[in-house]
Design a protein. Sequence first.
Length: 258
Amino acid sequence: MPTKFCCRAKARHFHLGFAAGLKPRHLHFGISIMLKAVIFDIDGTLIDSVPLHARAWQEAFANFGKRISFDDVRSQIGKGGDQLIPVFLSKQEQQRFGEELDKFRGELWKAKYMSKVKPLPGARRLVWRVKEEGLQVALASSAKSDEIEFYKRVANIADLVQEQTSADDAERSKPHPDIFEAALARLKDVDAREAVTIGDSPYDAIAAGKLKMTSIGVLSGGFPEEELWKAGYSEIYRDCENLLQRYDSSLLTLKRAA
C-alpha cells in the first residue's frame, strides 16, 4: 500500500492521507488570498543531491582535521556554509580556517560530486504544472548562482523558471529568510502570503515561517517526517511526483487566510 500523507489546518478540515503514527494536521482559512507564486528549493526537492553534499562537507572537514559523521553533516544540509560551518567549528577554528574550508568544499563539490547529481521523480512535471496553472515560478536555494544554472539543466526546468535567488543574493542562508525575501522581491506583485514554498529540509520551513509564508514539504531530501512537521510544514508528500498526483487537493489549489 502506498504511503499516504496528511496536512495541517486549524478550522477547515481536510486531509490527503495518513502518515504512519501521525495525527492529521490542520490549516486555518479566514479571509482568502489567491495564490500567485510557488518558490521551489532545489537540493533534495528537485534534484537528488543531499547525500552528495553531505559527503563533500564530510571530506572537506576531514581535510582540515575535523572528523564528523556522515549523519551529523547530513542533518545540516539545506543551510549554506555560513550557517553550517559554525555548527561544527569553534569561533577560533572559524577564524583560523573557516573561509578556507568553505572555499575548499566548493571546489571539491564541483570537481568530484556535482556531476553525479540526478533529477528527482516528477520534478519537471510538477514545475510545469505549477506554471500551467498560471502561477509564477521561482527558485530559492543556498547554492551558488552558477550551481543553480547547472541544476536547472539537470532537472530540465530552465525553460519553466521565471526568477531565482541564490546564496549570492542573500547576506545569510537558510534558516534565515533572506533568500526567500530576495525571491519575493523579484516576483511580480507577490506578497509572502500569496506564495507557497516547496522544500525538503526543516530550514526551508523555518525560513518561510519567518515571513508568514506557507510551506509544503517533501521527504526526498531524507529528513525525518516528524522533524519536518515540527519545522512548520503545512503538508508533506513523499516527493514531487507524489505531490503532483495529489495536486488538485493540495494547498497549491486552495485559497489561504490573510
